[in-house]
Design a protein around this ligand. Structure first.
Ligand code: ZN
Length: 82
């Protein structure tokens, strides 16, 4: 059964690999003053994945715009092979 699947493509070059900012939580080792000492884990949780309001950059042509500008509908894509 066909499902509507969201895909992202660069509107300028058609590329499909991008750079965007994710917000992640880190674990720090802190001292008795609560000051940073060293990093224990650089990503314990993902707070915010790159979204449609964030700036995305195409790694093919360096075109930058909001994520929503890269969104294309791919209504005929099939998921799995049922
Ligand atoms: Zn591009």
């Amino acid at each position: 059964m066909a499902r509507k699947t969201k895909k992202y493509k660069c509107p300028q070059c058609g590329g499909d690999i991008f750079s965007a900012t994710a917000h992640v939580a880190q674990s720090w080792m802190i001292d008795e003053d609560g000051s940073f000492m060293e990093l224990i884990s650089d990503c314990t949780d993902v707070i915010h994945r790159p979204g449609l309001d964030d700036v995305w950059e195409c790694l093919g042509c360096e075109y930058k715009d909001a994520g929503e500008k890269f969104l294309v509908d791919a209504p005929f894509m099939r998921e799995g092979s049922e």
